[in-house]
Design a protein around this ligand. Structure first.
Ligand SMILES: Nc1ncnc2c1ncn2[C@@H]1O[C@H](COP(=O)(O)OP(=O)(O)OP(=O)(O)O)[C@@H](O)[C@H]1O
Ligand SMILES: Nc1ccn([C@H]2C[C@H](O)[C@@H](COP(=O)(O)O)O2)c(=O)n1
Length: 228
């Protein structure tokens, strides 16, 4: 490229809940001047819309029938990621226990996945300097040609301890059970389950600090850019 500008780079970061995808992706994108997309927030946003509009979450046909109705807009600045549904800021409401408990069922519906996947691809394609996209099926389905694919893991105990630290006073065992249950649902759905791409680099974060994970991923991106 002219003026020594770096080529756009597409980084896919997948993994189970609480492995550090969001924290790592945001920091890596900020350090490298890339855009950032939280695809879990998009699935949460469509789930929030279903709940708000009284759609029966137990009924995949009902969900499929309205999968295209909500207008979901994701802001991709890693310093200030935003998400709106039909113009309403839903950054807070999508993190409620109610949405968290229903998001796996909504995101398993193929029509929902087709709609959100299309949105994700269009956002990635328009990121001029490149983007870090995090989720469950980015390396396998959404962006199979990503320049770098990372699959983050951590023990359920480490993930529950991290999450309980966030949710003051939360019971660690209950948090662990909820994480494991959501991972099982996300891994066993028929369409585009949570899975490691064959060419992804697996990083076990159980014994690593967040700073170490960020450094590791930044190094992998830089190596990729240098053609190593
Ligand atoms: N390596 C780490 N060591 C300690 N804490 C960490 C580490 N990575 C992330 N955390 C903390 O764990 C919590 C969960 O991290 P984060 O939200 O980034 O995970 P996630 O994989 O995106 O989860 P989810 O898929 O549920 O959205 C956050 O409080 C974060 O600060
Ligand atoms: N690419 C993705 C991203 C997320 N989901 C679903 C499954 C998750 O349980 C849920 C919430 O994600 P989180 O905010 O915890 O990262 O969204 C998916 O199916 N595919």
């Amino acid at each position: 490229m002219e003026n020594g500008a770096a080529q756009p780079v597409i980084v896919a970061i997948d993994g189970p809940s609480g492995t550090g995808k969001s924290s790592t992706s945001k920091a890596v994108a900020a350090q490298l001047g890339l855009s950032y997309l939280d695809t879990g927030a998009q699935y949460r946003a469509i789930t929030w819309w279903m709940v708000t509009n009284g759609i029966d979450i137990e009924d995949p046909t009902a969900i499929a029938a309205v999968a295209g109705k909500a207008e979901i807009i994701s802001g991709t600045d890693p310093a200030d990621p935003t998400i709106t549904v039909d113009g309403v800021d839903v950054a807070g409401p999508i993190r409620t226990q109610e949405v968290t408990s229903k998001v796996s069922a909504v995101s398993a519906v193929p029509e929902v996945r087709a709609r959100i996947t299309e949105l994700q691809r269009s956002i990635a394609a328009s990121a001029e300097r490149g983007i870090v996209v995090e989720g469950r099926d980015i390396g396998t389905t959404v962006l199979p040609d990503a320049d770098l694919k990372i699959f983050l893991t951590a023990s359920p105990e480490a993930r529950a301890a991290r999450r309980s630290g966030e949710l003051k006073g939360a019971d660690v065992n209950a948090t662990r059970e909820a994480l494991v249950k959501r991972d099982a649902a996300d891994s066993s759905r028929k369409t585009s389950p949570l899975a490691k791409a064959g060419d992804a680099v697996e990083v076990d974060t159980t014994e690593l600090s967040l700073t170490q994970v960020i450094e590791c991923v930044v190094t992998l991106v830089e190596e990729k850019r240098a053609g190593k």
